[in-house]
Structures are given as C-alpha cells and as structure tokens.
Design a protein around this ligand. Structure first.
Ligand SMILES: Cc1cc2nc3c(=O)[nH]c(=O)nc-3n(C[C@H](O)[C@H](O)[C@H](O)COP(=O)(O)OP(=O)(O)OC[C@H]3O[C@@H](n4cnc5c(N)ncnc54)[C@H](O)[C@@H]3O)c2cc1C
Length: 555
C-alpha cells in the first residue's frame, strides 16, 4: 500500500481549485439590505436603525453563521429518565443553541415591544427577527411563542405580575429550575393533539378544577399534545376541555411547591428541518395549570397568541428567503460559466431579479403588518392586522419553499450538498406554512374575517386605495379584486385564489409607495399584469433585471 501512495504522488498535484466562490461570511446583514432599512424607517422604527445595524453586523460574522450550522447538525437530545429511573423530562441542547438563544433574547426579540413599548417597537423587533432567521430560524420558535404569550398572560393579572418581569428580562437563562430561581423565562404553547390540530374543538385533553372553577383557578390536566415545541420553556399556554368547552391554561414546568409538573415528554419529533429546535410529544398526567381568560373561551384566548406567531412566520420566511437569495447572488457574482460571471448571464439575471422582487415584496408586507401591531388602539390598524395576518402568513410562507429550491439551483451541484447552507435553508422553509395554522386554514380565516368583520376588508381596501393612480396595472388589478368581494360571498374553494390576489395587491401598494424603481416595475409587470410565467426567472422583457440582480449581491 505504502508503495502505491508513493507511486501516485509522483504525478504531483492533480489540479488546482479555481472558480469556486468563497463562503459568504463576515458581512453586515443589515447594511447590505437597503430595502430593509427603508421599510424600517417607513414603518415608524427609524430610531432602531443603529441597533439593527450592529445586530446585522454581529449576525453576519463567520463565527455566528457557524453557530447556526452547529445547532442544526447537533439536534437536541431527550433525557426522559435519570440513570436511577426517576423522570427527568429534560432536553439537552448543543452549546451553539444556547449561544444563539443568548443573542436573540439579549436583543429582546422575545419581548422588547412589551417591556419597552414605543411607536415602532414591534416593527423594530420584526426587523430583528427577519435578520435573526437568516442565520438560524430554530431559536425563533421559543422566542416567538414567548413574544406572543404576553397579551394572553395579561388577562390574568396575578400570573402576569409574577411572570412578566422574567419574560421581559434580556438575560437568557438555560437552567432547568423553577422560574422563581431564574433570571428570565420563556413560554411555549400546546394546542395540537393526535386527532386534530386545525380543528381545536376536537381537543380531548381535559381539565378538572382542584377547588373553585373559573379564571385564575387551579386545574389538573389529563391528556396529551401531539406537537409541543420548545419543551424546555418555563411555562406553556395549553388548551384543554372543561364542562364549558375548550379553555386556556397556564402550565409551568415546576409547581409552586418546587416539584416537576406532570408534563411528561414522550419523544422528540424527527423533523425534516428546524433541527436545532426540539418539538416533542407530551402527556399531562394531572399537570397543574391555571385558567387564563374565560372558561370555554380558550380558543380565542390562545389564537390571540397565535396571531403574533403567525406574524413571525411571515417574517421568518421572508428572512429565510432573503438568506437564500443572498447565497444565490453571492455565488452568481463569483462563478464563471461560458466565459462570463453567472451574474452577467441574462437568464441568470432574470432568475435572481425575479427572486429579489419576491423577497422585497415579502419583507415589505411583513414590516407593514408589524406596524399594525404597534397601534392596537387604532381600530383601522387592528382591523388590518385581523385580515392581513393570515393572508400574509399564507402567501409568504407558500412562496418560500419554491424560492429556496430556485436559489439552491443557482449554486448548481454545490447547492445540493450538505456542507453548504442551501439544504438547511431548503428544509427549513415548509414548516412556517404548516404550523400556527396551515395554508388552507389561513385562507379560510381570511374569508371569515372579510365576511364577519367587514371593517377588516375595509381597512385593506383603504390601504389599496391610498396607492390608486400610481400605476395603471395596479389600478386594473385592484378593480378586479374588489369584484371578488362586492355583492357576493366568496366560496371556500376560491379562498387561495382570492387571498393570493389580495396579498399581491397589498405588496404592490406598498412597493408603489416606497419601493425602488426597478423592483416596482418588475413587480407590477410580473405579479399584477400577468406578464410572467410560473417559475422564477420569467420576468418580461423591458425590466432591468441586470441592475436588480447586481444590486442584490451582498459583497
Ligand atoms: C415542527 C412542528 C412543530 C409544531 N409545534 C407545535 C407546537 O408547539 N404547539 C402546537 O400546538 N402545535 C404545533 N405544531 C402543530 C401544527 O400547528 C399542526 O400540525 C397544524 O396546525 C396542522 O394540524 P394537523 O397536523 O392536525 O393537521 P390537520 O388539522 O389534520 O390538517 C391537515 C391539512 O388539512 C387542511 N385542512 C384542515 N381543515 C381544512 C378545511 N376545512 N378545508 C380545507 N383544508 C383543511 C390543513 O390546512 C392541512 O393542510 C407543530 C407542527 C410542526 C410540523
């Protein structure tokens, strides 16, 4: 054998490595995204630009990108029992997960708009979420659920008084101890059971009162949850049945007496993506919980939390798409085929420009939606959020897997190989469309909002009208959209078609107000005027795809 090796080495070096792009690292995620900075200012969070800028710079460091990779390559491990047979119900995470959590919580992504309320606080946080998800999206799960839990917790003042100070803390504390001994706390949610996740009335977990019944009172929960993500959170909002119907309960991991609550983790899901995050199956064996909100009104109570998590699904998918696009554009700028850089090949320019249009439209709408959460006392904004939250979640999360596949293809064979970032991005995409209300459920919810709370449709139409006259393609598109609703009740089977058009109109209105020239024209021609095909890379002639594509190259 030794002789063979010597023989081979006589040929010297087999080849030199050329034409392979360097890794995309050590760059400022915020600075390279001028559209993001513009949207942050337009939506009332200009004061946050400097903090976002340093967050974007920190996230783009090679070391931080590596943490995202490590946290996903080293999935969490469940320890059901200790070696003596006592229940542990603990999940062990890789140190990279804790580093990323420290960063996200330190930035206040889990609660800053509640802890330090001011105009633009939800928008500033939204931009932070968009940046964070470009590096690692799994940590967003507990961060998002904690953010969404606050309005529901405020319904029970004694629990809020005890827990909110810890939820507002920016010091991540990974210890598995009673919350009273910790510097901060995170909150999860449990709704989905084996027999149904969309149809929550089918929940079978039951809650028996320990003493008196009603809001704030203690109950024992018996049952299960089939999906229960981030089980190392310190407490959960959970749906369970009482005599009055599904009700919402607050379940801490530890009882006030300092014992482990009877929340038994059965297994962790072996998931397609989102592998840094633990998603578990649990059983409640008489777990202690306290009722939040009115008895029998658990679904609206917990759906209030879900609305915030739906906003984050739209933001998360926008951020993931942005990272896929950045990787694609970076590759195209550094790879030569047929004597030209890929970024200079007209058809590749079309592909990258078309993806850029998609990403900027998604980000723009997500930040506009976040602004409506900044103004809950403004009835028009609350109505806007009611309808646009499910609509934006549906469309943006639906576009993301297709965009990730296209971005992967820009990298050719390298895109398909696990050493690079594209497979992880691709695997991460579908989950935002499935959890927190799957696509059809979101579309049916939009129709419900439009018919039962007409103010929400009025708020959207007012937003569209504010851009009237800016572009004839937009005006014609909106005219057709209005006829979907006027004088008729849309049929359920049409819901996806209608919601898609509604979101496209909104994205068009926002881009027409402050989008860059090239993007606006490309959006109107391809998305509103129907002058493009069904795959990315089908922008019609006359669009300056070269300029759009070159401008999105991050370095
Ligand atoms: C990784 C991961 C983590 C999760 N973590 C959590 C968690 O922490 N907590 C939690 O509570 N849940 C969690 N979920 C569960 C998730 O929210 C549910 O899977 C989702 O809501 C769908 O419910 P289901 O799986 O029961 O599907 P079903 O409700 O059976 O729906 C199946 C399909 O049918 C469609 N559908 C349903 N009804 C209709 C209708 N009337 N018309 C047309 N189409 C319809 C749905 O859109 C969906 O596409 C998680 C899921 C995943 C994948």
């Amino acid at each position: 054998m030794a002789q063979d090796v010597t023989h081979i080495s006589e040929f010297g070096q087999t080849h030199s490595v050329t034409n392979q792009p360097p890794p995309l690292a050590d760059y400022d995620l915020f600075a390279v995204d001028r559209a993001l900075a513009g949207a942050v200012v337009a939506e009332g969070a200009g004061w946050a630009v400097s903090a976002l800028s340093s967050f974007g710079a920190r996230l783009g460091q090679a070391d931080m990108l590596r943490q995202g990779e490590l946290a996903n390559r080293n999935s969490p491990i469940l320890h059901t029992f200790d070696r003596y047979g006592h229940r542990r119900d603990e999940v062990e995470f890789h140190p990279a997960w804790h580093r990323l959590m420290t960063l996200a919580v330190g930035e206040g992504l889990h609660s800053a708009p509640w802890a330090e309320p001011r105009i633009g606080a939800h928008v500033a946080r939204a931009a932070g979420v968009y940046l964070m998800c470009q590096v690692e999206a799994g940590v967003q799960c507990p961060v998002t659920m904690t953010y969404g839990s606050v309005p529901a917790l405020k319904r029970q003042p004694d629990i809020a008084a005890q827990w909110l100070p810890r939820i507002y803390s920016k010091t991540y504390d990974q210890a598995f101890r009673p919350a009273s001994e910790k510097s901060s706390a995170l909150i999860g949610m449990g709704m989905t059971e084996k027999q149904g996740g969309s149809d929550l009335r089918a929940n079978s977990t039951r809650a028996e009162p320990v003493g008196p019944r009603g809001p704030g009172e203690a109950y024992r929960l018996i049952g299960h949850k089939w999906f229960f993500s981030a089980p190392m959170c310190d407490a959960f909002l959970v749906l369970a049945q009482t005599a009055a119907g599904p009700s919402c309960f607050f379940l801490p991991r530890w009882t006030p007496g300092g014992e482990r609550n009877a929340i038994h983790i059965q297994r962790l899901k072996d998931k397609l993506g989102n592998r840094s995050n633990a998603s578990s199956e649990v059983e409640f064996n008489g777990a202690l919980g306290w009722m939040i909100g009115d008895e029998g009104r658990g679904i609206p109570t917990i759906i209030e939390m879900a609305n915030y998590t739906r906003l984050d699904c739209a933001l998360g998918s926008s951020g993931l798409m942005r990272q896929a696009l950045a990787q694609a554009a970076h590759h195209a700028a550094n790879r030569t085929t047929f004597q030209r850089k890929l970024i200079d090949q007209p058809l590749m320019q079309n592909v990258i420009a078309d993806m850029t249009v998609e990403v900027e439209a998604a980000m723009r709408l997500s930040l506009r939606l976040a602004r409506s959460y900044d103004r809950p006392d403004d009835p028009a904004e609350a109505s806007f959020a009611r309808l646009v939250t499910p609509a934006a979640k549906y469309w943006i999360c639906k576009r993301a897997p297709a965009l990730a596949a296209e971005a992967m293809e820009v990298l050719g064979g390298n895109g398909y190989v696990e050493e690079g970032p594209m497979p992880r991005l691709y695997r991460e995409m579908p989950v935002n469309s499935i959890w927190e209300g799957s696509g059809n459920i979101m579309c049916l919810d939009v129709l419900r909002a439009a018919t039962r709370t007409p103010d929400s449709l009025d708020a959207v139409m007012a937003e569209l009208r504010s851009a009237n006259g800016a572009d004839r393609r937009f005006d014609a598109f909106c005219g057709r959209l209005e006829s979907d609703f006027t004088g008729r009740t849309p049929h359920e089977g049409e819901a996806r078609r209608i919601v898609e058009r509604l979101v496209l109109a909104l994205q068009g209105a926002l881009l027409l107000k402050d989008g860059t020239g090239g993007i606006v024209d490309a959006f109107c021609a391809s998305r509103l005027d129907g002058a493009s095909g069904r795959a990315f890379g089908t922008l019609p002639g006359g669009i300056d795809a070269a300029r759009i594509a070159r401008a999105v190259v991050p370095l």
